[in-house]
Design a protein around this ligand. Structure first.
Ligand SMILES: [Zn+2]
Length: 71
């Protein structure tokens, strides 16, 4: 027999649909939360392409950087 008592290391973070802007360049993964955008259409800080508004399932956190890059 073996001891199957591995500890949980990952906390379950609830995901909520969040308004975001995503880069229009298919090869670019830049996006940002809508919270950080003002009244103008933003440009991607990675490739300077236009960004489109969308929605993304994100962890319900409040302290995030303006631009998040998911590699
Ligand atoms: Zn981009």
């Amino acid at each position: 027999m073996y001891n199957n008592s591995r500890k949980k290391t990952l906390e379950e973070i609830p995901l909520v649909p969040t308004a975001i802007w995503s880069c229009t360049d298919e090869n670019c993964r830049g996006w940002m939360r809508d919270n950080f955008v003002f009244s103008v259409v933003p440009v991607c800080s990675l490739c300077q392409s236009e960004m489109v508004k969308g929605e993304k399932m994100l962890a319900a956190v409040t302290n995030t950087s303006p631009l998040q890059i998911k590699l």
